[in-house]
Design a protein around this ligand. Structure first.
Ligand code: PMP
Length: 407
């Protein structure tokens, strides 16, 4: 094992000391939502107890302090993504909200009849449906990068799909079902050679590895707070100033305007232009604390540790009779999807829960991936910095128990 004090980390997460069905909780669903450490919970409580006020409006001290705390998180996020211009960081409600923002604000301005948007076959529904809706509305076409049997994007087809008609590439950094880490830097370079912007869905990327958007070169990078030890209700849209300034506003309301008369409204500069109404202030503060927590441990260390854990889990699960894996690319994050012959994924999930093991079962909001591998559902174990070898051993033992019941 690499040096990584997972037992100390576990003590930071109160929920990991709890039980389910009189068994210690084995939490293997961080891909859906990660748990929160005490420091994040304390930050949220402290805000509610002593710091709450609306931001950007008040001239009184409490409001000014809340505004400063909220804006400080913008700076934290900019540093986290290696963004030089903090105005390029937009707070959203989550990944889904951020993608919809771009689909409206960029899409309705720059995508027209006959144009094309490229997505991949491994996208989460939230990086498919908004583009499909846009295409239907304006008369554009969605093009899809296929995936191989092991779960890698076909880059030759991708290159052929790029054309003068392409107005955007929208692709996931890491697949939430297959775990594949996509070669974003290369994909961006290919798109930029034709001056096509690239949006990256980083919901499964940012929590697990160091992300440097300047190095990736992408035009938009998006993620959710709740998958990286932060609270729900907060997400981030990084966008290049070049695009954000040219895009239409998304939602209209307070805070996003310069002046309003019944004849005409003028809009605020970025980032305010895209943050209409009272934002999720407390969730932003929680996200800031979560980023501080992850950075103190080190994203590189977390990524290294997860690789060791994933390798161990893949080997241990491989010994199970009649198991099929979905997603076996060499460059893979801490997500393992599988099925056990003769047992429906939902039955596996229910029986694992009896042993205190929390996994996700179903289509994982990625039905096209299920269609690609011709399965209705999979069981997915997803790991994070607080999971252990012992968790993996309990997962394996619990699957074996489930198998006995169905044999
Ligand atoms: N994209 C990916 C790759 C995801 O895994 C998820 C969450 N499962 C989302 C988008 C949507 O994130 P949210 O529900 O936080 O908006």
């Amino acid at each position: 094992m690499v040096e990584f004090d997972v037992e100390r980390i576990r003590r930071d997460f109160p929920v990991l000391a709890t039980s389910v069905n009189n068994k210690p909780l084995v939490y293997l669903d961080s891909g859906a939502s990660a748990q929160m450490p005490q420091s994040v919970i304390d930050r949220i409580n402290h805000y509610h107890q002593y710091e709450h006020a609306n931001i950007h409006r008040g001239v009184y001290q409490l409001s000014e302090q809340a505004t400063a705390a909220y804006e400080a998180v913008r700076t934290t996020v900019a540093r986290f993504l290696n963004v030089a211009d903090t105005s390029e960081i937009i707070f959203t409600k989550g990944t889904t909200h951020a993608i919809n923002l771009v689909a409206h604000a960029y899409g309705r301005k720059f995508v027209h009849a006959g144009d094309e948007i490229i997505v991949s076959h491994m996208e989460h529904h939230s990086n498919i449906v908004p583009w499909q809706q846009l295409c239907d509305e304006v008369g554009a076409t969605l093009k899809v990068i296929p995936i191989s049997d092991i779960g890698e994007l076909d880059l030759e087809v991708y290159e052929r799909l790029l054309s003068d008609k392409t107005k955007l590439v929208a692709v996931t950094h890491v697949s939430n079902v297959l775990g594949t880490v996509n070669p974003i830097k290369d994909m961006v370079a290919l798109a930029h050679a034709r001056e096509i912007p690239v949006l990256v869905d980083g919901a499964q990327g940012a929590p697990h590895m160091k992300v440097d958007v300047q190095d990736l070169g992408c035009d938009f990078y998006i993620f959710s707070g709740h998958k990286m030890c932060g609270p729900t209700g907060i997400g981030i849209l990084y966008g290049k100033r070049h695009w954000l300034e040219r895009m239409n506003p998304y939602e209209g309301g307070g805070d996003m305007i310069l002046s309003v008369t019944f004849e005409k409204t003028t809009y605020a500069d970025i980032p305010a232009k895209f943050e209409a109404g009272t934002p999720p202030i407390v969730s932003a503060l929680g996200l800031g604390e979560a980023i501080d927590y992850l950075e103190a441990i080190g994203l590189d260390s977390i990524e290294r540790y997860e690789k060791v854990l994933t390798k161990y889990a893949t080997e241990a699960l491989s010994d199970i009779k009649d198991i099929t894996f979905y997603g076996t690319a060499p460059n893979k994050a801490a997500v393992i999807s599988f099925n056990i012959k003769g047992v429906h994924a939902h039955d596996i999930g229910t029986l694992l829960n009896d042993d205190g093991v929390a996994v996700r079962t179903g289509h994982h909001c990625a039905q096209p991936v299920m269609q690609r591998y011709k399965v209705p559902a999979t069981t997915r174990a997803s790991f994070y910095l607080y999971n252990t070898i012992d968790d993996v051993d309990k997962l394996v033992a619990s699957i074996r128990n489930a198998q006995k019941i169905f044999s």
